[in-house]
Design a protein around this ligand. Structure first.
Ligand SMILES: Nc1ncnc2c1ncn2[C@@H]1O[C@H](COP(=O)(O)OP(=O)(O)OP(=O)(O)O)[C@@H](O)[C@H]1O
Ligand SMILES: [Mg+2]
Length: 324
């Protein structure tokens, strides 16, 4: 940790400097008898985009609600900026922004009035709120709607305003619960770009998602949560490499001639459109076999690619395909 790190911190001097912005230990939530979050522990470093990836009902929202002091854990502890959420939640809240699962602006207020409400809560001056608020409304492409009641906003527009509200006080740490869920391609791209830009400006981001593509594109590290337990926690690339088929080889022949059973190697062989897709731990053997097969059957190899599994393939492998 260099000098630079200390200088860049915005926290007041009474807050201990810590590289770990979020720390959770044995964090657990029971709803009655039902165990929704099961003794999870993890750390998020300053400047990371940390993804919480899991299927519906895995415990993502429950975890975010415990991290942000909305829900009291049944067991375990959380420290944000080195402070205990059980004791110092008010101080912590000054420096965090939260975008909940359901966009939360008041529908009977206009976009600008919602921003004022947040700004006043954080003790910002009126001029400051107006200036930064307008800047954010421009950034989110909703400036022309600033004096319209939120009631008339679509889901995507409400989501944009919700993120603008979270960013208004310029918090150090952002919690985003599925920031792109249900958004069209352009809105999702806009929100992802803003997440990336905020991160470049030094913000730490904790986001939940079930979108593998987003997690892969945005996150430095990912925790995979299923049935309330963290089953893997690592970089997207490392998570991909945990998947059983370490390599995926795709080959296309002309004429296309192939039936399962033609190949001896490969743990999983499937036909995908005009390609054969082979999951294997032994890519070298498989490629030799493909070449031999093509020669023997007088086939031309039109394309041959080898790649690591996508995050989605790795996820299905780790979580198990419950639809099968
Ligand atoms: N207030 C509650 N009372 C009882 N059970 C709850 C409550 N809130 C959530 N649960 C249950 O706890 C589990 C975890 O829910 P949670 O909302 O944290 O999941 P999630 O990972 O956010 O799912 P999704 O992807 O659908 O948003 C689910 O089985 C859910 O039904
Ligand atoms: Mg949720």
């Amino acid at each position: 940790m260099g000098e630079e790190f200390l200088v860049n911190l915005k926290y007041s001097p009474d807050i201990p400097h810590s590289v770990d912005v979020i720390e959770a230990g044995g964090l657990t939530k029971y709803y009655g008898e039902f165990l929704a979050v099961d003794h999870i522990s993890f750390r998020v470093k300053k400047g990371e985009i940390f993804g919480f990836l899991g299927p519906n009902g895995a415990g993502k929202t429950t975890t975010i609600r415990m991290l942000t002091g909305i829900l009291k854990p049944s067991e375990g502890w959380v420290r944000i900026f080195g402070l205990d959420t059980g004791k110092d939640i008010l101080r912590i809240k000054e420096d965090i922004g939260v975008v909940p699962e359901m966009a939360n602006p008041y529908i009977d207020l206009t976009a600008m009035q919602n921003l004022f409400l947040v700004g006043r809560l954080y003790g910002m001056r009126k001029g400051e709120i107006r200036e930064r608020g307008e800047e954010l409304l421009h950034l989110f492409g909703i400036y022309d709607k600033k004096d319209k009641k939120v009631r008339s906003f679509s889901k995507g527009l409400r989501q944009r305003l919700s993120l603008a509200m979270a960013l208004l006080p310029d918090p150090e740490l952002l919690f985003l619960d599925e920031p792109t869920s249900g958004l069209d391609v352009m809105s999702a791209r806009l929100i992802k770009r803003i997440i990336r830009d905020e991160n470049k400006r030094g913000k730490t981001i904790f986001m939940s998602t079930h979108n593998m593509g987003d997690a892969n594109e945005l996150c430095n590290r990912i925790a995979i949560i299923n049935h309330g337990k963290i089953i893997a926690i690592d970089t997207p690339e490392k998570i991909k490499s945990m998947s059983k088929g370490h390599t995926v080889i795709e080959v296309s022949f002309e004429p296309f001639k192939f039936k399962p059973g033609d190949f001896a190697y490969g743990e999983k062989i499937e036909i995908a459109g005009d390609k054969v897709r082979i999951h294997t731990r032994y890519p070298d053997d498989v490629i030799k076999e493909i070449v031999h097969y093509a020669e023997k059957n007088k086939l031309k190899i039109v394309s041959l690619t080898s790649r690591t599994p996508t995050l989605e393939e790795a996820f299905v492998h780790l979580v198990g395909d419950e639809s099968e």
